[in-house]
Design a protein around this ligand. Structure first.
Ligand SMILES: [Zn+2]
Length: 426
């Protein structure tokens, strides 16, 4: 009888281990269901995956975008709430953006926990996320939509992505990453669409209680890694075990592993198909471990994610989204919808030729053909101002001979009026 308390303690310990929450990502099952309902989706997914593999193989010669240029991804957060808890605070939302940018920059403080042999493979993806500053109509926005829903929970069936089904319609997926935050109401922490899937449902869905690092977040998913992981899928990454026993994630520098890991293993965790004694890269963001035990994307994953932004691939349009740049929003407070057309008519500016070679002409027409002082600013696609000048004539010329080939944003301002034009330098 003496050993009895010890046995009880063991049983209790085992029970508590089983009760501890395990990560559950709904992406694989979600996509399988979509394909079953519409097999043609598979063609588009496979085509995108093949193009991505081809471009990644050409690295670093991906057209349009140098390997280490910053890619800015404007994000719109749709907060769908049924209770006050689910209507998470601005602090909680911002904490998620900070966590995302740290993780995708390899600036996460807990990277010191990555075993050195794997830390050597860790990458700054040079992909950054911002709350959208410009909405699809060109107006200023916070990048956050809050909406009450009479549904108390959503499942991975995409209802959250449709206003007509108690959710909220997505913004243009060619220019914005849509993130729906809602009560997932089950073990699933989140799920993502895959590149090449249907436009209307493109984006990721995350449960409100695993979104961000502060506020209504629950351990052990309280470091924002559910969003880091799901956006990894949105950027074309597979689970690190390749969703099969000893499967392939199509990334060269992530070791083959038998299956997923959960909780928090200790290094090394060797499985049947480990290539060497270092075992699984269980601390990769694309495994199923707890938030506190994840710490890196690899260089190979970076190449694969960035390949999606190459010419002809599905995220290429993000290079000219510009919605991270608040200076490109129409000036002043939101105009009532019925006055937008009037505001636009006031500003009549031409910039030409487009594409431009050595110079660009900026010409005022109509109401603005005055002698007042006007400012012209030119920005790179990443929002850096590279030129600024004022003038008070109706027409002026800007020397662009020294500009690198690529896309530029011209803004012309007079008082509170602003005109914006995308220009190509050849
Ligand atoms: Zn996943």
């Amino acid at each position: 009888m003496k050993f009895f308390p010890g046995v009880l303690l063991l049983l209790l310990l085992q029970c508590s281990m089983h009760v501890q929450a395990q990560r559950n990502c709904g992406t694989t099952e979600y996509m399988q269901r979509l394909i079953k309902a519409d097999p043609s989706i598979n063609n588009s997914l496979n085509k995108t995956a093949a193009l991505t593999t081809a471009v990644a193989g050409q690295h670093p010669a991906a057209k349009d975008i140098a390997f280490n240029d910053i890619i800015n991804v404007p994000v719109v957060i749709h907060i769908m709430y049924n209770t006050a808890d689910q209507n998470i605070s601005l602090d909680q939302i911002q904490s998620q953006l900070i966590a995302l940018n740290n993780d995708y920059s390899n600036l996460n403080a807990d990277k010191i926990n990555t075993p050195p042999v794997f830390a050597a493979l860790a990458a700054d993806t040079k992909i950054r996320f911002c709350l959208a500053q410009v909405d699809p109509q060109g107006r200023k926005t916070s990048g956050i939509v809050r909406k009450y829903s009479n549904r108390d929970a959503f499942s991975p069936d995409d209802a959250v992505k449709y206003s007509a089904q108690g959710g909220d319609d997505g913004w243009d997926c060619k220019r914005y990453l849509n993130i729906w935050v809602c009560n997932m109401g089950s073990r699933t922490l989140g799920y993502s669409s895959l590149p090449g899937g249907p436009s209307a449902t493109d984006g990721v869905v995350i449960s409100f209680d695993v979104f961000g690092t502060t506020g209504n977040v629950r351990s052990p998913f309280d470091k924002g890694r559910t969003a880091t992981h799901e956006i990894g899928h949105w950027l074309g990454l597979k689970h690190i075990w390749g969703d099969a026993i000893c499967g392939s994630d199509e990334v060269d520098d992530t070791p083959v592993q038998q299956y997923y890991n959960y909780g928090c293993p200790s290094f090394p965790h060797v499985s049947n198909c480990s290539p060497d004694g270092n075992g699984d890269m269980y601390m990769n963001f694309m495994d199923f471990t707890n938030d506190a035990c994840m710490s890196l994307f690899t260089n190979g994953q970076k190449i694969r994610m960035r390949a999606l932004f190459a010419t002809g691939n599905v995220r290429n349009s993000f290079l000219t989204s510009f919605a991270c740049d608040s200076t490109l929003a129409s000036a002043g407070p939101l105009p009532p919808t019925d006055t937008i057309a009037t505001v636009k008519q006031v500003i009549e500016v031409k910039v030409y030729p487009n594409p431009m070679q050595s110079s660009a002409v900026v010409e005022y027409l109509g109401a603005l053909k005055s002698l007042s002082v006007k400012t012209i600013n030119i920005y790179t696609v990443t929002g850096n101002k590279i030129y600024s000048a004022t003038f008070n004539t109706a027409k002026t010329s800007v020397n662009v001979a020294g500009f690198a080939k690529g896309v530029y944003i011209f803004t012309v301002e007079e008082g509170t009026n602003r005109y914006t034009k995308k220009m190509i330098k050849e």
